[in-house]
Design a protein around this ligand. Structure first.
Ligand code: FAD
Length: 541
């Protein structure tokens, strides 16, 4: 066994503790990890909706839902509901469920041809929208997942190993989580400390460099000088090590993503009366959009907006109106967002993970996904004690491509939306800089739906199906269906749509509500078992 690699993490938000936990598991005895966090500098305190791949993170740590979910007031998320994002104000869902294939074509291609009974694409092609409307749980009370097509592929591989790299998961997991991010950090700090991670509560006041520009040591108020082989910057928007000490430039995305400010609020919920939505809601407002993330014990909500179009006071006023009486007595936390990414997230012996690496607005819940992706790639490219430029360059390309891909996907949300009713929404059509490649793709997508081969080719977490769902929902439909389908019989497609309808009805009549499921799991109250009154006959569709 070689000498242990000394890893010094600065920052104890989601990024810091997720990194500490993951490294302490993945590299076990090979690393000696210290995490420094200030008691006075607060974490950003938001970030509660996730991407479906997050289950891999927990699985890798060996954590089951029952270990961590109740500790973090967590709930399930099967989709994002977009409200008021198109001129017609028709709501639509971006689910984690994917399109099935009919005669080799994605069912959405058949929908475009048949526009079956004028049912919108999301309701026609997925079971999830109606499950969301009816606030159903994605799991039965006995633990089975509603989407049994995926069930067989979800567990560990045959030899019991868990996937380490996100790209290696070829099937989309059917749900993600909502959780209290502060509670998750606390939970993970317990996990990491049990695995030997040393926590130092102190403030970093100075960072000293070597002659070649690497970090030699960091200096704290009370614990003096701390040295490591590898330094991980998890200091949030400050970028204390990577930007302030190492002077790595930050590339702003303000030309293509207009929102630079947010206000966040935690509001109470009456879960018994109102139920719990198994989805995140993103509601377009006058100069941005509002998120609504239902946890088990409260709702996390906020307004992401552009300060060029709305003052802080006007944003708070509009948001309070949007929430109504629910906001009474609740405080708003105003946040200035640094939107963009570092030119390089790994410089010399310092790697930035979390907000210090890059951030795009949380429209598709990508903050924690970026952290997860950054960490697993760090393990993949782990340097030991030797810092090899080719290795670092490759890591930076992978991370940069991922964040840029998400930027492109989010830019599409604004430019493709058919809303033009306020100054902000007009500007999203006329003033945003649309990257050349996206502009070219949008032209193609006027004629045909996006596929995995016609979207941004770099791994960024969103496959072609996400682009399809968003474009159709935002009000952009290709002019024609695929000509090839004119030469195929519609019979199988019609039967498939019928099947989806039947499966949906079955799920609606058998799945418990999310409220029932969680109260049952968390030990509060008696659930009504299945909707049709029976006990254990619900068969996953
Ligand atoms: P922070 O939480 O800011 O933590 C920084 C840490 O660094 C703190 O512990 C602090 O004490 C420490 N620190 C700083 N300076 C020093 C110093 N000098 N000495 C010692 N310690 C120091 N992501 C999602 O996935 N889903 C969402 O729904 C979502 N919503 C969001 C909404 C908004 C408005 C914003 C702004 C972000 C959202 N995110 C979301 C992103 C998510 O919040 C972050 O990715 C996540 O919280 C990680 O933050 P962090 O740990 O990088 O930084």
């Amino acid at each position: 066994m070689q000498d242990k690699v000394k890893v010094v993490i600065v920052g104890g938000g989601s990024a810091g503790w997720m990194t500490a936990s993951f490294l302490s598991k993945a590299l076990a005895d090979g690393v000696d990890i210290s995490l420094i966090q200030s008691a006075n500098i607060k974490t950003v305190g938001v970030g509660e909706a996730t991407f479906s791949d997050i289950h891999l993170f927990f699985e890798f740590l060996g954590l089951h839902e029952e270990d961590w979910m109740p500790e973090c007031n967590a709930s399930y998320k099967v989709a994002i509901r977009f409200v008021d994002w198109n001129a017609e104000r028709r709501n639509f869902y971006h689910p984690f469920q994917r399109f099935e294939l009919v005669q080799g074509w994605r069912i959405v291609e058949w929908w475009l041809k048949l526009k079956k009974d004028n049912v919108p694409a999301d309701y026609a092609c997925f079971t999830v929208p109606k499950i969301c409307d009816a606030q159903r749980s994605p799991r039965y009370l006995d633990g089975r997942i509603f989407d049994s097509k995926l069930d067989g592929h979800l567990g560990p591989s045959e030899n019991g190993d868990k996937a380490l790299l996100l790209e290696d998961l070829h099937l989309q997991y059917p749900y993600a989580y909502h959780f209290d991010a502060s509670l998750l950090s606390q939970f993970l700090s317990g996990y990491a400390k049990k695995r030997g991670v040393r926590e130092i509560i102190d403030e970093v006041v100075d960072v000293r460099l070597t002659e070649d520009g690497s970090i030699r040591s960091i200096h704290t108020k009370e614990h003096g000088q701390i040295e490591g082989d590898l330094y991980i910057d998890c200091t949030g928007f400050r970028g204390l090590l990577i930007n302030q000490a190492l002077k790595e430039p930050f590339i702003s995305f303000s030309e293509s993503l207009p929102c630079d400010s947010a206000l966040a609020m935690q509001v109470p919920s009456d879960r018994k009366k109102e139920g719990i939505n198994p989805f995140t809601t993103a509601t377009a407002l006058s100069a941005g959009w509002a998120w609504n993330i239902p946890l088990f014990h409260r709702i996390g909500t906020g307004y992401v907006y552009s300060s060029a179009f709305l003052s802080r006071e006007a944003a708070e006023e509009e948001f309070r109106q949007h929430l109504g009486a629910r906001a009474d007595g609740c405080n708003a936390l105003h946040i200035k967002m640094r939107v963009g990414r570092n030119r390089n997230s790994w410089v010399k012996n310092c790697v930035a993970i979390g907000l210090s690496s890059g951030f795009v607005e949380p429209l598709q819940s990508t903050g924690i996904f970026f952290i997860h992706h950054g960490i697993e790639q760090l393990v993949n490219y782990f340097p030991g004690k030797r810092f090899d430029e080719a290795n670092i360059k490759s890591y930076n390309r992978v991370i940069g491509n991922c964040i840029d891909g998400v930027r492109e996907f989010l830019t599409l949300h604004y430019v493709a939306s058919s809303r033009e009713d306020t100054r902000f929404w007009k500007a999203t059509k006329n003033e945003l800089v649309v990257p050349d490649e996206l502009a070219e793709r949008l032209k193609l997508w006027e004629r045909r739906l996006p596929t995995d081969r016609t979207i941004n080719p770099n791994y960024h977490g969103f496959p072609g199906f996400s682009y399809c769902v968003m474009l159709l929902g935002l009000g952009r439909q290709p002019k024609y269906s695929l000509p090839a389908l004119d030469h195929a019989s519609d019979r199988h497609a019609l039967a498939a749509f019928d099947q989806i309808g039947k499966r949906t009805e079955h799920l609606l009549s058998t799945l418990p509500s999310l409220y029932e499921y969680l109260t049952f799991r968390y030990g509060e109250g008696e659930p009504t078992l299945y909707r049709d009154g029976t006990k254990d006959k619900g068969v996953a569709a």
